[in-house]
Design a protein around this ligand. Structure first.
Ligand code: ADP
Ligand code: ZN
Length: 223
């Protein structure tokens, strides 16, 4: 019998590289990246009710309520492409979200395939996050020091020239986001370890090395 489509969770503080790595896994394994941060930013940009409620919370570096996040995530999970398998990036972030995810998967006869914790040093995250920007057209991520496009200002992936920076990627807000991560999200590492699905990887090295480590894990469970 065919096994279920993979459900992978990437855990790690802001700047750990969840989004960068999720995009690589998407391409390498044909999975769908599901980023609650991206979904929330889209809601803010669209000016929906959820987006209007989330905006100030996000700009302060705090977590948006489980109610709003779960509503947005559930809307996305019913899209047909999700059947290929998903990489959850930035979700779950609280006990309540983890429990809701378990219930959602159980109701579909599914379970979590693997959770990977990207382990990094907090202080380095402030530099990583405050130097980053992305392509406004395709979303490819770049960094002032660590990952410049081949031609300054032009996206390597799609040729777009509209680069953008997130409103919450300032040093001050990153410190708030790190606090929220340690208080509310880091406990989920032990939760998934207890379920026997957790792997920890060192995510302080070059992007390509982290990618190799992740591809090894995902290749075993999702190929
Ligand atoms: P990062 O991982 O770098 O902090 P994200 O794009 O994942 O970036 O999240 C940006 C912001 O969006 C968070 O600081 C938070 O306010 C909000 N957010 C994203 N995902 C969640 C979530 N699962 N629960 C609560 N808030 C979230
Ligand atoms: Zn691009």
């Amino acid at each position: 019998m065919a096994s279920q489509a993979p459900v992978l969770i990437l855990l790690g503080p802001p700047g750990a590289g969840k989004g960068t790595q999720a995009r690589m896994l998407e391409e390498a394994f044909g999975l769908v990246q599901l980023s609650t941060g991206d979904l929330l930013r889209a809601a803010v940009a669209a000016g929906t009710e959820a987006g209007r409620a989330a905006r100030a919370v996000m700009e302060a570096g705090q977590l948006v309520s489980d109610e709003i996040v779960l509503a947005i995530l559930k809307d996305r999970m019913v899209q047909p492409d999700v059947a290929r398998g998903v990489i959850l990036d930035g979700f779950p972030r609280t006990d309540g979200q983890a429990a809701a995810l378990d219930a959602l998967l159980a109701s579909a006869g599914q379970r979590i395939t693997a959770a990977v914790s990207l382990e990094v040093d907090d202080e380095a995250m402030v530099g990583r996050v405050s130097g980053r920007y992305s392509c406004g057209t395709c979303g490819e991520g770049y960094h002032d020091q660590f990952k410049q496009p081949a031609q300054a200002g032009t996206c390597d992936k799609c040729g777009g020239t509209a680069m953008k920076r997130r409103a919450d990627d300032t040093a001050e807000t990153v410190r708030e986001r790190l606090k929220a991560y340690h208080a509310q999200t880091a406990p989920l590492i032990a939760y998934y370890d207890g379920k026997g699905v957790l792997t920890r990887i060192d995510a302080m090295g070059p992007i390509a090395e982290v990618q190799d480590a992740l591809a090894g894990i995902v290749g075993r469970v999702a190929a």
